[in-house]
Design a protein around this ligand. Structure first.
Ligand code: ADQ
Length: 462
């Protein structure tokens, strides 16, 4: 088996699999590295006064990690700038929030170059290199410039936007031409894969064969959809843990017989939190008979607090949640509990299990692992109902959820009402189909299918 060199912006394998991390990516990659020997390389998250490129190597949670520090200008231009103020909003269709500053692009190129310099000495002849996410679109190009001939794959965890949206990005051609230096470009969904192919054909004048071989600008690569899953086994263990049981009981006691609607997200404008609160407000306005009988728990961990758009969103959510509770609460009923702290995975598993409805309504999402975790945590004899946005990458894999348009308050409110009164038989039938998919299309299946295609020589596909 070849060694695997995983490269992502941040390197944060969990020391203890039951402890929560702030993103789906870290959990997925730690699980992926468990079986392969290899190294996980990335930014330490620290900024040094001056950049030195000094490598630090450690062993964390059974995984060898190698990191470099960046400098403050890198953090501002590459991380807060191009990654989080340009690519993230653009790829989530928020052109209104997208900043196009020249210095961000320059910083992004510089840091992709620094990553290449940093990881280069660690790469041996037969290693497979697997690069993750929108921070590192240029990395293969930088590694090729340094003479790396290994097979290098790329996986995009967020959506690839439609052509008209993507082409608003200055220098979009250079970005995609650099991306073509990868041997395999993986997306979460067929939809993203099709959007990329559309760009290749209509903007670059290239070709894409039926089995995903891309030819453009004198380069050949392959594209494919590889929907990410959860580490279902580890999650099962978390569900059965004492911490999960204790949290489930806390939830049960505090709900006092009321039905619970649950949201769990990073506090990010792509997750549709404001729209979700407004849909709940609509539900309470239209259905007074539900007052005192339901409660919503929204757990939203703070994220990217250095970026203005995130601070603005936080303020708006504080206002809307206050307004809802001010309008509807009674002496012993608070309709919306809004919590900004993180929970351990085992605690979260218990919280999921106690909820009658899992409300997952992003406006755009590469996949959304919360939807899968919610399903995995349910009691087979009395499962809750998953309500899922049609714009989550998970939606095509999870048609047995109640699929909604997250911007339609009426649509979401009606799905909640329907979920609250859904008969046990229907809940079970829907859940069984969903749980089967979550178990089968897990993180190991995702890793294996990506690596198998990456290992396959390109020519045999033609
Ligand atoms: P994220 O945008 O971070 O990931 P998501 O897939 O939902 O989104 O993963 C969130 C993870 O964080 C989940 O594992 C969840 O349990 C955890 N989490 C969220 N809130 C938490 C809290 N309060 N306490 C503890 N844990 C919490 C990006 C893309 C997604 C894609 C993943 C993986 O945006 O679309 O699914 O990568 O590819």
């Amino acid at each position: 088996m070849n060694r695997l060199i995983v490269i992502s912006n941040r390197v944060n394998p969990p020391t203890d699999p039951s402890v929560a991390t702030s993103g789906g990516l870290a959990m997925a990659l730690a699980a992926a590295l468990r079986e392969y020997s290899g190294i996980w390389f990335g930014w330490s998250g620290e900024t040094a006064e001056t950049y030195t490129g000094q490598l630090s190597i450690d062993r964390i949670g059974g995984v060898t990690v190698a990191t470099i520090d960046l400098d403050e200008q890198d953090r501002q231009e590459y991380y807060n700038g191009y990654a989080n103020k340009t690519l993230w909003p653009l790829f989530h269709y928020r052109t209104d929030l997208t900043a196009y500053e020249r210095s961000f692009g320059v910083g992004y190129e510089r840091v992709n170059g620094r990553f290449a310099q940093g990881v280069r000495p660690l790469i041996e002849a037969d290693d497979l290199v697997w690069v993750h996410d929108y921070h590192l679109l240029l990395l293969a190009q930088e590694l090729r410039r340094l003479g790396v001939k290994n097979r290098i794959g790329f996986f995009l965890h967020i959506p690839w936007p439609g052509r008209r949206t993507f082409t608003t990005l200055p220098k979009h051609r250079q970005l995609v031409e650099a991306l073509l230096d990868y041997d395999l470009i993986g997306f979460q969904t067929e939809d993203s894969c099709d959007a990329f192919a559309d760009y290749v054909v209509h903007t670059l004048g290239g070709t894409v064969s039926e089995d995903g071989v891309v030819q453009a600008r004198g380069k050949t690569t392959r594209i494919g959809a590889f929907p990410i899953g959860i580490d279902a086994e580890a999650f099962d263990a978390a569900v059965r843990s004492p911490a999960a049981e204790s949290y489930r009981e806390r939830m049960r006691v505090s709900a006092a017989g009321r039905k619970t609607i649950l949201g769990v997200d990073r506090l990010d404008y792509s997750k549709g939190l404001e729209e979700r609160f407004l849909a709940y407000e609509q539900l309470l306005t239209d259905h007074p008979e539900l007052h005192e009988h339901v409660l919503m728990l929204q757990i939203a961990i703070l994220s990217r607090e250095e970026v203005d758009a995130y601070q603005d969103l936080r303020e708006r959510l504080d206002t809307v949640s206050g307004r809802i509770n001010g309008a509807f609460a009674s002496v012993d009923w608070v309709p919306l509990r809004y919590v900004n702290r993180p929970y351990r995975r085992d605690e979260l598993a218990g919280i999921y299990r106690a909820a009658d409805i899992g409300l997952v309504t992003p406006l755009r999402d590469g996949m959304n692992l919360v939807a899968k975790e919610y399903v995995a945590a349910q009691d087979p004899d009395d499962p809750g109902v998953l309500i899922l946005s049609e714009f989550a990458g998970a939606a095509p894999q999870m048609p047995e959820a109640l699929i909604v348009n997250p911007v339609s308050r009426e649509d979401v409110a009606e799905a909640i009402r329907r979920g609250l009164s859904m008969p046990l038989e229907e809940r079970k039938a829907r859940w069984e189909a969903l749980a089967k998919g979550v178990r089968k299309e897990n993180v190991t299946a995702w890793r294996d299918s990506f690596v198998a295609v990456l290992e396959r020589p390109l020519l045999t596909a033609a």
